[in-house]
Design a protein around this ligand. Structure first.
Ligand SMILES: Cc1cc2nc3c(=O)[nH]c(=O)nc-3n(C[C@H](O)[C@H](O)[C@H](O)COP(=O)(O)O)c2cc1C
Length: 214
């Protein structure tokens, strides 16, 4: 049985990113895989890479040795047959929690050797899910396409083949009336949530299932 690790890098449970990550995990389960969903913001305290370079020594080659809330997650990913990670866009980037995982996950495998850039012994498929308030049309202008491409390239180089799902123009809150926000049209946000978001959920489900057939 394939073993998929699915990670929500949004602090919110039950919202856009979490829903799409869980759909992808459900898709994986529909393809007879075991899928565990992990919420980064529910873990014990953790940090990004602390630059100890232990992962570059012969004793710990390719293994992040720092013991905090992320350590068991990194261990699970090491043994997984597929990885799903979803993150909201925070100030034009992935969230801080995503970044911490990303630094620790990717950097441990980088060798600084000319003959082989990565010491990872296996490649696994990766599904990256990005959600944002900004609509997709804005992505080229505000640099989100490039940001996503950069992550895609690094995951592809070190972890394995990457599939990307983007859910843009998300519903940020249930009741826009509670806030002094003049920027949005709440009706359009709700309409999108009811018409487009369900299709993105289906796409996430399919991508999770496809990951297990690779
Ligand atoms: C701290 C913070 C910063 C944000 N910055 C951006 C941003 O720069 N661009 C954007 O499009 N959306 C931004 N958003 C909106 C979220 O990316 C968007 O609502 C996302 O879908 C939320 O995911 P969630 O519902 O899973 O929590 C921001 C939200 C928060 C809370």
């Amino acid at each position: 049985m394939k073993n998929i690790v699915a990670i929500n890098a949004s602090p919110r449970s039950g919202w856009n990113t979490d829903i799409l990550v869980r759909e992808a995990a459900a898709g994986a389960q529909s393809a007879a895989a075991h899928a565990e969903v992990i919420s980064l913001y529910r873990l014990d305290k953790f940090t990004g890479c602390i630059s100890c370079f232990a992962c570059k020594t012969p004793e710990h080659k390719g293994v992040c040795v720092y013991k905090d809330g992320l350590a068991p997650v990194l261990e699970k990913i090491r043994k997984a047959d597929g990885l799903i990670i979803g993150t909201p866009n925070y100030l034009g980037q992935a969230t801080a929690a995503f970044r911490a995982l990303y630094e620790r996950l990717i950097f441990q495998y980088i060798t600084y050797r000319k003959d082989a850039i990565s010491c990872s012994e296996r490649r696994i498929p990766v599904l990256l899910i990005f959600t944002s308030n900004a609509p997709k049309e804005l992505y080229p202008k505000v640099g989100y396409d490039k940001m996503i491409d950069d992550y895609k390239g690094n995951f592809e180089c070190i972890i394995g083949p990457v599939n990307v799902i983007v859910s843009a123009d998300t519903l940020q809150v249930n009741d826009y009336g509670k806030y002094d926000w003049t920027y949005f049209d709440p009706e359009k946000k709700k309409e999108r949530r009811e018409t487009v978001f369900p299709k993105e959920r289906e796409a996430a489900f399919r991508a999770g299932a496809d990951m297990c057939r690779q």
